[in-house]
Write a protein that binds this ligand. Structure first.
Ligand code: SAM
Length: 368
């Protein structure tokens, strides 16, 4: 089994091989993990059963967490990004293994197992952390069955958004994948912020998540012929408007003084002249590390979403974004009636914004 996993892992890490061609290797890896998982088994009926509502967002069920592996471009980008972060962490501290904290490992510890299979424990050790005890039990069973226990420093059943790190042994790499497109619903922002506060020098995977506001023509964006073609060649019709929110180490550091339950996003301006056919959408771009990037449609995590905006989007208006923390995290936005707003600037957190933000639904309203 370990040889099968190692072979699949080496293929996933092979430089220059496009991730889009490697689904068979991800399926092979999943087969090995599934057959080594001990007594836990995924549900076949209600796959969402067992999810947990935390104060910072939803922790998806162990069954759904196991299924994430099959979002294979995502899996490969995160495995490659984590590998790159370990290589860089080893350059900083070559005399000891890189310490990797994997927050939200799920029942298969999908993003760590292939790295444990190819890296000796002298190069990297992993702390596997999840809120759900059955996920940790399954990850432990797989590690034992594959003979990888030397690569695991600790198992933790904990909420990563309140977990205390050992200050004597801070992680060199923090790997977090508790997210959805547009950083909605799951606690990626809260977990990242909390862990980075305690280990500000750790390398973060993903290194950066950007959310961009774009106007699209839905007829071209979702035209089956365009979708069926080579994605690069698809003649989509888009107007980029601006970056509205970033999650990164730098961004988290800049929030140090932000009190309360909101983080600043940017204010963007809708062009003065715009045809009716355009619809507002948010695009998520995830850079796990270096050139390992997931763009629109590569993964469920980067599927474009319609933003929820208070007020009607009209040519020339400004739209102010903020990120709401709490049990239903996500971006919210409002149309500013005073066009004097400084477009491109971070939002002023002093001014209140309502939650939940609903209304215009992102559809462009032509001025009459
Ligand atoms: C999207 S799944 C990812 C599973 C796996 N890491 C992968 O990438 O395939 C998110 C996992 O994070 C866990 N999780 C979510 N919020 C958490 C939190 N606040 N603390 C600890 N674990 C959390 C869930 O239980 C789930 O196993």
């Amino acid at each position: 089994m370990i040889e099968r996993l190692r072979k699949a892992a080496l293929s996933l890490l092979e430089p220059g091989v496009p991730a889009s061609s490697l689904r068979p290797e991800v399926l092979e890896m999943m087969a090995v993990l599934a057959s080594s998982r001990g007594s836990w088994s995924p549900r076949t009926d209600d796959i969402a059963a067992g999810e947990t509502r935390t104060p910072d967002g939803v922790a998806i069920s162990p069954t759904m967490a196991a299924m994430c592996a099959d979002d294979f471009m995502r899996t490969i980008a995160f495995v490659r990004g984590t590998h790159a972060a370990i290589v860089d962490a080893r350059k900083r501290a070559p005399d000891r293994p890189a310490r990797v904290l994997y927050a939200g490992c799920g029942p298969y510890a999908t993003l760590a197992m292939p790295l444990m299979a190819v890296l000796p424990s002298t190069e990297a050790t992993f702390t596997l952390l999840d809120l759900h005890p059955e996920s940790i039990a399954s990850a432990m069973a797989i590690v034992d069955a594959l003979g990888l226990s030397g690569s695991v420093a600790r198992y933790e059943i904990a909420d990563a958004a309140s977990h205390r790190l050992d200050p004597e042994q801070p992680p060199d790499v923090i790997l977090v994948e508790v997210m959805r497109a547009c950083l909605e619903a799951e606690p990626q922002v809260a977990v990242t912020r909390h862990l980075l506060r305690q280990a500000p020098h750790a390398l973060l995977v993903p290194e950066e998540v950007r959310i961009e506001f774009t106007l699209v023509d839905p007829a071209r964006e979702f035209d089956p012929d365009c979708i069926a073609q080579n994605r690069q060649a698809a003649p989509r019709d888009r107007i980029p408007v601006g970056l509205v929110f970033t999650l990164s180490r730098e961004a988290a550091a800049s929030w140090a003084g932000c009190p309360g339950d909101q983080l600043p996003g940017a204010t963007v301006c809708i062009p003065e002249s715009l045809e009716r056919r355009y619809q507002a959408m948010l695009f998520t771009v995830i850079r796990t590390r270096g050139n390992h990037v997931l763009r629109d449609y590569d993964s469920g995590l980067t599927c474009p979403r319609v933003p929820s905006i208070q007020g009607a989007i009209q040519p020339g208006v400004a739209v102010r974004f903020r990120y709401a923390l709490g049990s239903h995290p996500g971006l919210c936005a409002e149309v500013l009636h005073d066009r004097q707003a400084d477009c491109g600037r971070d939002s002023d957190l002093a001014a209140p914004i309502g939650r939940p933000c609903c209304g215009g639904g992102g559809r462009f309203h032509a001025a009459s």
